[in-house]
Design a protein around this ligand. Structure first.
Ligand code: ZN
Length: 133
């Protein structure tokens, strides 16, 4: 059995397509920043790496999973979100061991490392939450 301690961090990738979803994604990003200590990644207007659609990512510590993920479940509206562990096995983390909110999207597996990599830590928090989840 694998151990939970293999998970150094989680990512949540918020995808959007078209102006309506983009507006919802922007509102969700502000809602996250106001409530959770995460590392918010760059806004991407098109596909990048294995991600087939415009999106942004947040990186967060495993301790936050129990509050952030339920909050995303209740607040993602029509947006699709991929939540995956970072355990050092990119392929498995993204393709086999991930959760989706909303219908899953096909990821480009060729952009994911075949070999084990160092599991990515959550990174420095760049939000200053002031609201309760
Ligand atoms: Zn990711």
């Amino acid at each position: 059995m694998r151990r939970v301690s293999e998970i150094a961090s989680f990512h949540a990738h918020v995808y959007f397509d078209g102006p309506e979803e983009e507006a919802a994604a922007r509102a969700l990003r502000e809602g996250i920043a106001a409530r959770f200590g995460v590392r918010l990644g760059d806004w991407r207007d098109g596909p990048v790496g294995p991600h087939p659609m415009a999106m942004y990512q947040m990186s967060f510590a495993p301790e936050l999973f129990g509050s952030l993920v339920p909050w995303l479940m209740l607040n993602h509206s029509q947006l699709r979100i991929l939540i995956h562990p970072n355990s050092g096995d990119e392929r498995r983390d993204h393709l086999a061991d991930a959760l989706w909110l909303g219908p899953p999207l096909p990821l480009d597996a060729s952009a994911l490392a075949e070999e084990r990599i160092e599991a990515e830590p959550p990174g420095e928090v760049n939000t200053t939450p002031t609201l309760a989840p």
